[in-house]
Design a binder for this molecule. Structure first.
Ligand code: C2E
Ligand code: CA
Ligand code: CA
Ligand code: CA
Length: 277
């Protein structure tokens, strides 16, 4: 038993060392990625349920790793948040997305909304609204074309969040609540925030063939509509889901059914085809 205990201990330390080493490597990699410009934005269209027209697109970060290839955000955003690297990364995302949206606006002669994911740590920086202002000024993108996707963890602290949200609203920026339904906030609670858009989490869309989940989606949409919020369904993969959402008066949808997130060159082609039809 003593032997086993010793071995377990050794295994444990070896694993721990490995975890720590991996983390340090990843952190180092992230720092290099910023300097070497290894990040890239993919864009996923947000489409009008009724007309099929693209209303906007969500910018989603990817890491083009020199050895590992394309790394999805779930594999590095958590560590970026833990280390604070999400602050420079997040600023790069906002700047790049707004520059791109401005190009598309000029190309298509119509305003197009770009949505950017904001981490809690980013939102909590005292200069957050200044960063947003600076990005809008340098890119010349109208404030009403930028939507910030906030999570329920951000609005959980209303004393901190409300003044910042109000400032952003005064600037004309749009605010969206991401992953709605996965946290604890109720729609009545949401009324106290100056939100423009509500995004229903994929989890509910996936389960709409279940009578109860279908009722939840219907209720969320009808309440959001009565609060005059723009409602976007996330993760729509099938025609059945889209038909069901149309019947519930959902405003917009996003999902593989229309398009996966794609590089800007590909989104440009999708935009051109969508505009000419
Ligand atoms: P999210 O904000 O909820 O983004 C939606 C995710 O769902 C994206 O994954 C998208 O590719 C995926 N998705 C969209 N439609 C479908 C569908 O029909 N089926 C399926 N199975 N998936 C679909 P992605 O790009 O891997 O991003 C994952 C998460 O990483 C995002 O979730 C967001 O929380 C975070 N993230 C991505 N980019 C950024 C960023 O620039 N900053 C921050 N802070 N977080 C980011
Ligand atoms: Ca999002
Ligand atoms: Ca989401
Ligand atoms: Ca989600």
């Amino acid at each position: 038993a003593k032997e086993l205990g010793k071995n377990n201990y050794q295994f444990f330390t070896k694993d721990m060392n490995e975890i720590i080493a991996n983390k340090m490597n990843l952190e180092l990699g992230l720092r290099k990625a910023l300097i070497n410009e290894e990040f890239e934005l993919y864009y996923q269209p947000q489409v009008d349920v009724g007309t099929g027209k693209i209303k906007g697109m969500e910018a989603l970060i990817r890491w083009q790793h020199p050895e590992h290839g394309l790394v999805p955000p779930n594999q590095f955003i958590p560590l970026a948040e833990e280390t604070g690297l999400i602050i420079p990364i997040g600023k790069w995302v906002m700047q790049t997305a707004c520059e791109q949206a401005k190009k598309w606006e000029v190309m298509l002669h119509r305003p197009l909304r770009v949505s950017v994911n904001i981490s809690a740590l980013q939102f909590q920086q005292t200069d957050f609204t200044e960063v947003v202002k600076e990005v809008l000024e340098t890119t010349k993108l109208p404030a009403s074309s930028l939507e910030l996707e906030l999570t329920e963890s951000i609005v959980q602290d209303p004393e901190q969040a409300l003044p910042v949200m109000n400032q952003l609203k005064e600037m004309g920026v749009l605010l969206s609540l991401d992953d709605f339904g996965t946290g604890y906030s109720s729609l009545s609670y949401l009324r106290s925030f100056p939100l423009d858009t509500l995004k229903i989490d994929k989890l509910f869309i996936d389960n709409m063939n279940d009578v109860k989940d279908d009722a939840i989606v219907r209720t969320i949409i009808s309440m959001a509509n009565s609060l005059e919020l723009n409602v976007i369904a996330e993760g729509v993969e099938t025609v059945d889901q889209l038909t069901s959402l149309a019947g519930k008066a959902c405003d917009e949808y996003q999902g593989y059914l229309f398009s996966k997130p794609v590089p800007h060159q590909d989104l440009e082609k999708i935009l051109q085809a969508n505009t000419s039809t």
